[in-house]
Design a protein around this ligand. Sequence first.
Ligand code: MG
Length: 160
Amino acid sequence: MRLRIGQGYDVHRLAAGRRLVLGGEEIPFDRGLDGHSDADVLLHALGDALLGAAGLGDLGEHFPPGDDRFKDADSAGLVRTIVELVAARGLRVVNCDLTLIAEAPKLAPYRPAIRARVAALLGVGVAEVGLKATTNEGLGAIGRGEGMAAFAVVLLSDGE
Ligand code: MG
């Protein structure tokens, strides 16, 4: 059995008049992440981790930010496409672990829904999806609440 690990990182600014979408779930908040797509920072980090683990390049290569096909794109659809690419290489997801860095809102109430959503996208059980949140302790741009960042690691296997 061959195991492959991948990591991903993403950051987006917060802006007024945008929906906040994290892990494919819409979260009530006074601002949302800004970007060409729905700017789902968690799923973008996850997508890059999947692509990295499979040796398939990065998110920008597969879904160029200037490409109108991906304007306001649902990032869950992008992750679904990536999971198909990964499966076409004979690889499946073993588990993933996600970390959101944001000053607000509190993620805890939405954690079960996000974990279930990510698990469904990846075709794994909820127990195989780790999701943590931390603040940046008020430090820097993230600490001032100007944006959010996310880290993801993913393990892939070519065995059962
Ligand atoms: Mg992004």
